[in-house]
Design a protein around this ligand. Structure first.
Ligand code: SF4
Length: 372
C-alpha cells in the first residue's frame, strides 16, 4: 500500500454554530470515554509496516479539549503507526480556544500546519451564526501561532452567510492580506433542524447567480493576492497545497478514526457511526464489520475522475489508464462531446475542466458520471 493518511475526528465544541450539521458535541464530560474509544480504534488498525504520509486532526474543535488528551492521542498514533516520515500534520483550531498552552502542545507533537475556522471577518455575522470568536480574536490567535513558528496556516471562510455581498468580499480581501498560506472557501449549506435553517426558512441567503458572482469575484481577489486556486474550494500561496486533502482527491488511502469518520483502506471504504454516543457504544470490531463497502475498480475509476477533475490540474490520462486499464476518452462515453463543447480539455497528459468552466463543474461531472 502507498503511504496512507490518518484522519482523527474530535467532535467536541464549546457551543454549536447556527449552521452546524457536522458530528459535534458540546457535552465535554464525554471527553475521557471518547478518547478511550478512539485509542481502542487506533489499536485495532495499528499498522507500522508503511510510513504514514499525512495526519489530520479535525472536528468538531480539536483545540477545545484539554491538551493532555491531544498529547495522549499523538502518543497513541506514534505507537500504532510509523510517523517517522510524515510530511504534514494539521490540527483544526477555533480562535477562542487557541492559546499558548495549545500551541506548545502542538509544537512538541510535530504539528506543522494549522487550520482555523474564521468564516467571516464581520463580527455581526460571526455573532449571528453563533461563532464564539471575534475577528480581532482570530488575528491575535494567528499572531500567537506565528510566534510559535506556525507559518503554514489555513483559514476557512464561508460564502453565502447572512451578510451582504460587500461584507463577504471584505472578508476575502482582509483574509487574503493576512499572513496565511491557504484559504478554504465553502458554500453555506442550510440543513433542516439547524437554527440558521429555521431563520431563513430553508431558503439560501443568495440565489445561485449571485453566489456564482461572489465566488468569481473572490477568486479574482485571491489571485491578485497570490492565492492560486488548486481545487474548486481551496486556494494557496505557491507550494502550500494541503497534502492531506490532495491525498483524498487523488484517491489515496486513509485510516479514519472517531465519530462520523470515513476511511478507505485496501479496497474498502468504511464510515463510523455519526452520533458520538453511538460511536462510543459500538464495539470497534462490530463497527468495522458492518460498515465496510468494497469498492470495485469501475467505481474507483469514477471516484478518481470525480475528485480529480475538481483540481485545477485535473487528472493524468496515463495514470488513469495505468490504474484502471482503460483509456479515459473511451471509458466515459460523453467525454469527447464535452471536449468538443469546451467543457473538458486535454493539455498534454492532463485532462482538466477549463478554469472558466469551474462554476458549472457539477453539471460537467454529472454528464460524465451518467455516461459511464
Ligand atoms: S465549530 Fe464546527 S463542528 Fe463545532 S459547532 Fe461550529 S461548525 Fe459545528
Amino acid at each position: 500500500m502507498n503511504s496512507p493518511s490518518v484522519y482523527v475526528h474530535i467532535p467536541f465544541c464549546k457551543a454549536r454554530c447556527g449552521y452546524c450539521a457536522f458530528s459535534s458535541c458540546t457535552d465535554m464530560s464525554l471527553t475521557e470515554d471518547y478518547f478511550a474509544k478512539l485509542f481502542a480504534e487506533t489499536d485495532y488498525y495499528a499498522d507500522r509496516s508503511v510510513p504514514v504520509y499525512t495526519v489530520y486532526i479535525g472536528g468538531g474543535t480539536p483545540s477545545s479539549v484539554p491538551t493532555e488528551y491531544l498529547d495522549a492521542l499523538f502518543d497513541r498514533l506514534r505507537r500504532n503507526f510509523d510517523l517517522s516520515r510524515v510530511r504534514e500534520i494539521t490540527v483544526e483550531c477555533n480562535p477562542e480556544s487557541a492559546d499558548d498552552k495549545l500551541f506548545e502542545c502542538l509544537v512538541r507533537n510535530g504539528v506543522n500546519r494549522l487550520s482555523f475556522g474564521l468564516q467571516s471577518v464581520n463580527d455581526a455575522t460571526l455573532r449571528r451564526i453563533g461563532r464564539l470568536h471575534t475577528y480581532r480574536r482570530f488575528c491575535e490567535a494567528l499572531q500567537r501561532a506565528r510566534s510559535f513558528g506556525f507559518c503554514n496556516v489555513n483559514a476557512d471562510i464561508i460564502i453565502g452567510l447572512p451578510e451582504t455581498h460587500a461584507d463577504f468580499i471584505r472578508s476575502v480581501r482582509e483574509a487574503a492580506a493576512l499572513p496565511l498560506t491557504h484559504l478554504s472557501m465553502y458554500a453555506l449549506e442550510l440543513h433542516p433542524g439547524t437554527p440558521l435553517f429555521e431563520q431563513s426558512g430553508g431558503v439560501d441567503f443568495f440565489d445561485g447567480d449571485e453566489q456564482a458572482d461572489m465566488y468569481d469575484e473572490a477568486v479574482a481577489v485571491l489571485a491578485r493576492q497570490g492565492f492560486e486556486r488548486y481545487e474548486i474550494s481551496n486556494f494557496c500561496k505557491e507550494g502550500n497545497e494541503c497534502k492531506h486533502n490532495l491525498n483524498y482527491w487523488r484517491e489515496g488511502r486513509y485510516f479514519a478514526f472517531g465519530a462520523s469518520a470515513s476511511g478507505f483502506v485496501g479496497n474498502a471504504r468504511y464510515v463510523n457511526p455519526r452520533s458520538v454516543k453511538e460511536y462510543m457504544t459500538t464495539s470497534v470490531s462490530q463497527m468495522h464489520s458492518f460498515e465496510r463497502q468494497v469498492i470495485d475498480p469501475n467505481e474507483e475509476a469514477n471516484e478518481f475522475v470525480m475528485l480529480g477533475l475538481r483540481l485545477e490540474q485535473g487528472i493524468s490520462g496515463s495514470e488513469f489508464a495505468a490504474r484502471y486499464g482503460e483509456d479515459f476518452w473511451r471509458f466515459f462515453l460523453t467525454a469527447d462531446k464535452l471536449r468538443a463543447d469546451g467543457f473538458l480539455i486535454a493539455d498534454g497528459d492532463r485532462i482538466k475542466v477549463p478554469s472558466d468552466k469551474f462554476y458549472v463543474i457539477n453539471s460537467i461531472l454529472a454528464e460524465l458520471w451518467k455516461s459511464q
